[in-house]
Every structure is written in C-alpha cells, then in structure tokens.
Design a protein around this ligand. Structure first.
Ligand SMILES: NC(=O)c1ccc[n+]([C@@H]2O[C@H](COP(=O)([O-])OP(=O)(O)OC[C@H]3O[C@@H](n4cnc5c(N)ncnc54)[C@H](OP(=O)(O)O)[C@@H]3O)[C@@H](O)[C@H]2O)c1
Length: 302
C-alpha cells in the first residue's frame, strides 16, 4: 500500500505510541495495521467489542508486532472517553500520534447518555474531549501528531445551528431519516474542521501538530451498515464501484509517519495532498462560537 506514497517506505515507527479510534473496521483498522507493520505501539478503540478484539488479533498476526492494545470505548459517551483516556495515561508514558477516526452515518435519531445527537457527539465532542485529556501527554511526547478524520461532506450543508445542536428540528420527530443523518454528518465533520483550525493555533510552538483529512468519497468500508431500505440497497448495488479503502487510509499513515509533514499543522488533506476547506470553515465567528459551545457542553474552561 505504501508504494506510490511520498516517503513512507522504510519509516520506522518503533517506540512511537499511536492511538486510533474506531479501529475495528474500515480505514482506521487498515491504518492501524500499517502502523503496526512499521513497528508502532498501537492503542485501538471501538464500540464494536468483538470486531475490535478480532482486529487487534488479526493485526498482531499479520504484522508480527504484539504491541497492539484494544480498549472497548463508545466515543459518543463522555464517560467512556474519560475512561479510555485514563487507560492510555496510566499505561503508556507517551502518545505520539492520535488518529480521531471513529465515525458513522446512521438515519436513526439517537441521543448519547449526555443528551447530544450521536453524529455530533461521536465525531466532534468525543474526539475534542479526547484531545483535551491527552494534550499534556502529547506535548510531553512532541513532536506529536493529531489527525482528525473529517470529510468533504463538511462542505455540503447549511452549517451549524447553535439553537439546535441536538438536531431535533432536523429529524422533525421521525425516528429514521437519511436526509437528516447526512445533515448531522455534515455538521459534525464541519465542527471537526473548525476545531482543527482552532487547536492548530492552541498547539502553536508546542511541537504538536493537528491536521484534518478527507479520505475521499464512497469508500468501500462498513460505514453504510446502519443505512436502511432503499439507501442500503443502493449502497449494496453500487459497492463494486466504490473507492478502495486501502488507498484512502494511505493519507492517515502519511500524516502519522512521513517526514514530509513534520511540523505541518492546520491543513486539510485528501489522498496525501493538501486541499482547501469550505468558506464556512474559515469563518472566525463560527469557530469562536463552536469552541465556546463545545467547552460549555464538555465542562471545560473557556
Ligand atoms: N467510507 C466513506 O466513504 C467515508 C468518506 C468520508 C469520510 N469517512 C470517515 O472515515 C472514518 C472511518 O470510516 P470508515 O469508512 O472506515 O467506516 P467503518 O468501516 O464503519 O469504520 C468506522 C468504525 O468506527 C466505529 N464507530 C462508530 N461510532 C463509534 C463510537 N461511538 N465509538 C467508537 N467507535 C465507533 C464503527 O462502529 P459501528 O459499525 O458500530 O458504527 C466502525 O467500527 C469516519 O470518520 C467516516 O466518517 C468515510
């Protein structure tokens, strides 16, 4: 998988500790496998407990690297995120790479135990809290890298609604709605990009970099498994035409390991190339509002 990616061959990640969320499946799992092959110590989490344990065992068998830990964690439950961070901090004395990858599109309207809509909670709030809890360890381990798996879906929607972050008006009382899920997905991915720009400034001169990623479009992973009815059928019929997740995961590995991106921060990447984000993601007022609201919801100092 590394053949045509800039400067990723022969990179030695031995001694580097890498955290990957949502690593039971898809691109997180592939990136974890590649980093294990490069010698890294891996800490994986996922809410899919059996699949996560299987991913750990498969990665160990394939890479011959036994330093792969799996921790069950629902990134949408802030208590789980705190426990996961506590495990990392008490077991590992460094964190060199944090890949915030866990994500989903689910037409069902679901609130987390803390009362937030699941897309926003899992992809933005959970990952933001994880960064906050690990930030000292990341700075002590510098140079360290944070990678936020967003999506170009952050460009295709109306933006954030601070009067309705739980997206109640989006689902309009329905239990299942694919259109609503895409809107919630758009909002969560936009929040991740805005948070990336904010945190790049916060981590300035600390040796910790943070970049966001668009893995591409219609990638053949398990992300479609929560879809229903015609939408599910459509993804099954068109799956042979979907993109290869091995190729998409290259950008994760590139940003986690390549000397080409040493010190680069606050950028957005797709297929190992920098690209721009939406006009909304550059709106300073929107960013300020999101960060204030995020800190309020997470009980963090502003
Ligand atoms: N596939 C695409 O076309 C595409 C395009 C752009 C961006 N992305 C992004 O790429 C990332 C990886 O997705 P993928 O395509 O590789 O999908 P995937 O195969 O479904 O892998 C994502 C993993 O994250 C897990 N996850 C979901 N919610 C979680 C939670 N609350 N806590 C912990 N783990 C959780 C999923 O479990 P469940 O199965 O239980 O949900 C799954 O194991 C996501 O952030 C996604 O939004 C994907």
């Amino acid at each position: 998988m590394t053949a045509h990616t800039p400067r990723m061959d022969n990179i030695d990640m031995a001694g580097k500790v890498c955290v990957v969320t949502g690593a039971a499946s898809g691109m997180g799992r592939i990136a974890a496998r590649e980093l294990a092959v490069m010698g890294a110590t891996l800490i994986l989490c996922d809410r899919e407990v059996e699949e996560g344990a299987q991913a750990r065992d498969d990665i160990i068998a394939l890479s011959g690297n036994a330093k792969v830990d799996f921790v069950p964690c629902d990134m949408g439950d802030l208590d789980h995120v705190r426990r996961f961070a506590g495990h990392i901090l008490s077991t590992y004395n460094r964190v060199d790479v944090l890949i915030n990858n866990a994500g989903l599109t689910d037409p069902e309207y679901k609130l987390t135990p803390q009362g937030q809509e699941q897309h926003f909670a899992i992809m933005h709030l959970g990952h933001y809290l994880l960064i906050h809890l690990l930030k000292e360890r990341l700075m002590e381990s510098a140079p360290a890298r944070i990678i936020q798996i967003s999506s170009d879906a952050h460009k295709t929607g109306p933006g954030l609604d601070f009067d309705d972050l739980a997206s109640k008006t989006v689902w309009k009382g329905r239990r299942y709605a694919h259109g609503a899920a895409f809107k919630a997905y758009h909002r969560a991915k936009l929040a991740m990009v805005l948070a990336t720009y904010h945190l790049a400034e916060q981590f300035k001169d600390t040796g910790v970099t943070i970049n966001a990623v668009s893995p591409g479009y219609f990638i053949a992973t398990n992300i479609y498994r929560h879809m229903r009815g015609v939408m599910k059928l459509g993804t099954q019929i068109f799956r042979p035409f979907f993109m290869d997740p091995e190729r998409s995961a290259q950008t994760y590995v590139f940003l986690a390991s390549s000397p080409d991106v040493e010190g680069i921060t606050g950028k957005y990447w797709e297929y190992c190339k920098e690209k721009d984000t939406s006009p909304l993601s550059h709106d300073p007022d929107l960013r300020k509002k999101l960060i204030a609201e995020t800190h309020r919801l997470l009980g963090l100092p502003v």
